[in-house]
Design a protein around this ligand. Structure first.
Ligand SMILES: [Zn+2]
Length: 123
């Protein structure tokens, strides 16, 4: 299993960008983009948060351009470990986000997205 390189989230550059360019230069930090290792194609984009309310408009727009699903994962954690998660598709339909499920359903979906990927590096 590959681990995060530093184990911490360094916001130095993000803060610099906000201070340097202000509110006119809008930007988001993308939490996670799953991709195919051989060809680099994006498979899914995930916004993860502990907050109940989080906008996913920009992530949804990016995922549409990446041609992959956008997901919102709300989670609780204890001592750096995930306790519970609830996953939704980020794109609201009729004002509501479609529920994916909890951890088992999210794992199943992410594996499925990898399985159905048609890799251009494999023949
Ligand atoms: Zn591929």
């Amino acid at each position: 299993m590959r681990d995060e390189l530093t184990g911490t989230r360094d916001l130095t550059f993000s803060r610099w960008h906000r201070r340097r360019f202000g509110d006119d230069a809008t930007a988001i930090d993308v939490d996670l983009v799953g991709y195919c290792d051989p060809c680099g194609a994006p498979l899914y984009a995930i916004e993860s948060t502990r907050r109940e309310d989080k906008s996913t408009y920009v992530l949804t727009q990016l995922a549409r351009r990446l041609d992959c699903p956008a997901l919102l994962v709300r989670y609780t954690a204890h001592d750096g470990e995930l306790v519970e998660l609830r996953a939704h598709y980020a794109q609201p339909v009729d004002g509501k986000r479609r529920f994916v499920g909890h951890e088992p359903e999210l794992v199943e979906l992410l594996l499925h997205l990898r399985l159905i990927h048609r890799c251009r590096e494999e023949s």
